[in-house]
Design a protein around this ligand. Structure first.
Ligand code: GUN
Length: 279
């Protein structure tokens, strides 16, 4: 039976450390602004979780909920305002944005020094150069979780399934920066199952429930499940947990794996942005 990579437990440890650090501050608290456009049900849940945790930590937090029909111009002027606000150290624009908005314009407008999601080209470029400032939260959370369990990626074969800006691409760069041999797979990959079978470390960020089956994994592999899919009344991952866990050495549960780590990294990045401005 596999060992569970307990993201919930580690995220709580990180959050209580941050809480202690923030309580010691004498000045205005770190401030996080979240922009949510439209009413995507999953995004609404993620944003409330981020807001709730930021408040628990003693951070200042504001959520700007804009209607689905909001224009690019409106979003850009809000970002401009937040870029200049001394109360705000971190800005996050919840993805996905409605289809009439050009996501890249919006991400480019966030000040790279307040870009706690790490999606600005400046931050993605620095990550690629091996000198990161802000690292996207989900891949950063995965690396912290692997480190907590003393899983060394150097020299290992890592396969990342999914090539999104939020997870797949930054994940591949982080693994590479720690000397893993990395393959990125996606919807056009031939022999996807065979590629996955070569992985010592398999990162599933596909967005399809139970996509990775027992036959996809190598015996003793480490499996990280980034998926959060609603199946009837349950949230399930991209990995068919019950059958895969019999074969592998470590696996993340869903929920309680990568989800809470993402939130912990967002707050860690916000605290870092705050410390950087205080210097
Ligand atoms: N949508 C899904 N994950 C994320 C994330 O980490 N950040 C933002 N901004 N949107 C997301």
């Amino acid at each position: 039976m596999a060992t569970l990579l307990d993201g919930k437990k580690l995220s709580q440890k990180i959050i209580s450390q941050l809480k202690e650090d923030i309580q010691k501050l004498k000045k205005l608290p770190p401030g996080l602004a979240v922009i949510l456009v439209g009413d995507n049900p999953a995004s609404k849940i993620y944003v409330s979780k981020k807001e709730k945790t930021a408040k628990e930590l003693g951070m200042y937090s504001e959520v700007h909920r804009l209607p689905r029909a909001a224009s690019e111009k409106e979003i850009l002027s809000l970002i401009q305002f937040l870029n200049e606000s001394p109360k705000i150290h971190g800005i996050l624009v919840q993805m996905p944005l409605p289809p009439h908005i050009q996501t890249q314009f919006i991400l480019n407008a966030v000040s790279p020094h307040k870009d706690v999601d790490g999606f600005h080209p400046f931050n993605l470029g620095r990550l690629m150069m091996g000198d990161p400032l802000f690292i996207p939260c989900t891949p950063q959370g995965i690396m912290e979780l692997l480190k907590e369990y003393h899983i060394d990626v150097a020299g290992k074969k890592a396969v990342v399934v999914g090539r999104s800006l939020i997870v797949g691409k930054p994940m591949a760069h982080l693994l590479l920066s720690q000397n893993a041999t990395v393959t990125i797979c996606h919807s056009k990959t031939k022999n996807l199952e065979e590629e996955c079978q070569t992985a010592d470390i398999l990162i599933a960020a596909i967005g399809q429930p139970h996509f990775i089956k027992n036959s996809f994994v190598k015996k003793g592999a480490v499996v990280v499940d980034v998926g959060m899919n609603r199946l009837k009344d349950k949230i399930v991952g991209d990995v068919d947990f019950d059958t895969v866990q019999e074969k592998v050495s470590y696996i993340t549960p869903v929920p309680g794996g990568i989800g809470p780590m993402t939130i912990a990294m967002l707050l860690k990045n916000t605290y870092k942005a705050f410390l950087n401005t205080a210097l």
